[in-house]
Design a protein around this ligand. Structure first.
Ligand SMILES: [Zn+2]
Length: 244
């Protein structure tokens, strides 16, 4: 009689265990079927979750915004070069700088600043200081070139600190193509505004205002837009490539 009772007890325990296992299985099955997203997440490796997030990231979700200071050369009592037609460099640099600034403003990875927004005189050291105070990532000074001979033409880009060479090269590459002028290359020069800058700093001599052909192009809206786009493309290329 005792044996029978023990057997019965063992059977009951076995049924109970099986019931629990079946119940747990059903709960898991219901959970897995009702939440396919959760199921996916469980089976997705960490790596692919990261790449999914990367793909979903919008341009607004940039990790870093680079501060770019655009410097329109000359201004106010300092008119700069006198162009072949009598136009002054200060007006050209302001027009082009404004275009570059506007384009940078449209790029989520950039925070754009200007050393001047109208025809005012700003000292060289104040121009560099604006960038230094902001701890800007890059300072880009915009100029039109001048020479005594009318036939001299072309685009050149200056840098001073060796750290600025790659940046100068990236911008110049885009620029030389966009202006369509003779490519006069990237040059190292001890220019005041570059020497005073703590961060990346370049000075662009877009073309020779003293050359009638360069000047006609430089004063045209179409050429300025193309040039401004090239400058922004070069800046972007440098910072995006560096980010990897
Ligand atoms: Zn100048």
């Amino acid at each position: 009689m005792k044996r029978v009772r023990r057997k019965l007890l063992q059977r009951r325990q076995a049924i109970l265990m099986i019931s629990i296992v079946v119940f747990m299985g059903m709960v898991w099955l219901i959970y897995a079927l009702s939440s396919p997203i959760s199921g996916n997440r469980i089976t997705t490796s960490g790596e692919s979750t990261v790449s999914l997030n990367k793909n979903m990231a919008t341009p607004q979700e940039v990790s870093k915004r680079y501060k770019i200071v655009i410097d329109a050369g000359h201004g106010g009592k300092d008119p700069g070069a006198e162009g072949a037609s009598g136009n002054r460099e200060r007006a050209y640099t302001l027009a082009l700088s404004t275009k570059v600034y506007d384009l940078l403003q449209q790029e989520p990875i950039f925070e754009a600043y200007r050393t001047r927004t109208d025809d005012t005189f700003v000292k060289l050291k104040d121009r560099a200081q604006i960038a230094n105070d902001l701890d800007a990532d890059a300072f880009v000074s915009i100029h039109g070139n001048t020479y005594s001979g009318l036939d001299v033409s072309g685009t050149e880009t200056y840098y001073y600190a060796d750290e600025s060479f790659l940046f100068a090269s990236e911008v110049h590459e885009q620029l030389a193509e966009a202006t369509g002028f003779k490519d006069r290359g990237v040059k190292k020069e001890s220019l005041g505004v570059l020497k005073l800058s703590n961060n990346l700093a370049i000075l662009l001599e877009l073309g020779f205002l003293t050359n009638p052909s360069d000047e006609t192009n430089m004063l045209s809206e179409v050429h300025q837009n193309r040039t401004a786009q090239a400058i922004v493309r070069g800046i972007k290329k440098y910072f995006v490539d560096r980010e990897g």
